[in-house]
Design a binder for this molecule. Sequence first.
Ligand SMILES: [Zn+2]
Length: 80
Amino acid sequence: MAPTGGNGDDACANCGGPADGLEQVRRVYMSVDSEGRLTASETMEISEGWCLSCRALYPHFPVAPGGPGAGDPPEADQES
Ligand SMILES: [Zn+2]
């Protein structure tokens, strides 16, 4: 079963750009004080499809396709 192609809208939910390596993530909001120190962070309940650029630039929490709690390890393409 392919998890892709269900949403119908192939655009990044964050920047609205083309779906360049779109992946489901949960947005993380971070709060900092006046000196730039992290005081709080909040992870959104809903997942959004983000492009590669947004995932590189903005804080987020990865969502495993197929639903939470599956226990399947994410695809690891780095082994050393
Ligand atoms: Zn984007």
